[in-house]
Write a protein that binds this ligand. Structure first.
Ligand code: HEC
Length: 143
């Protein structure tokens, strides 16, 4: 009896473990707040916020970002389509983001670019409310 109980517990624990490992979610709100938000706040919000943001791209909230219109009609964030998303392609290696940007501010690591790519690929989840409101965060490298 005791053995069966232990076995059952073991099976439950094992399936929980497998479930966690096989679905590394990059689409949830947690992924946005834990991984995407800090990148945008530290590297983009210094400029891309307010009434007249550069290129018309306001990254303060999901609504402002999705309502942003590029002057050439390009889409900034196309959920599920990273290569059609100017937000990503502009800042990737050899992207169109203006060369005049201070290098240190804009040089995201490959990991950070990969995080943004996966986030857009998996639907660009961006929560509403305070969790989804971005504020500029100054770090020693982007001050
Ligand atoms: C130091 C200020 C500054 C920072 C920081 C900054 N940008 Fe920009 N961004 C600009 C300016 C200026 C432009 C060009 C505006 C124009 O062409 O009218 C621009 C243009 C863009 C464009 C349009 C590119 C195109 O091809 O037209 C995108 C997309 C963009 N920025 C995204 C970002 C993202 C994402 C970040 C953070 C990783 C970021 N920017 C950080 C100032 C900044």
């Amino acid at each position: 009896m005791k053995t069966r109980f232990t076995l059952a517990l073991g099976a439950i624990a094992f399936s929980a473990l497998v479930a966690c490992q096989t679905s590394p979610s990059t689409s949830g709100e947690h992924y946005f707040t834990a991984n995407v938000k800090p990148i945008l706040e530290q590297h983009c919000l210094r400029c891309h916020t307010g009434a007249h943001p550069p290129a018309g791209l306001n990254l303060t909230t999901r609504d402002s970002a999705m309502a942003s219109r590029h002057r050439l009609g390009k889409t900034f964030i196309a959920p599920g389509q990273p290569d059609a998303s100017l937000l990503l392609t502009a800042i990737s290696r050899n992207g169109s983001h203006p060369q005049m940007m201070p290098r240190a501010t804009l040089s995201l690591t490959d990991d950070q670019i990969g995080t943004l790519r996966e986030w857009i690929e998996d639907g660009a989840t961006w929560p509403t409310g305070e969790a989804g409101r971005l504020h500029h965060v100054s770090t020693s490298e982007n001050r």
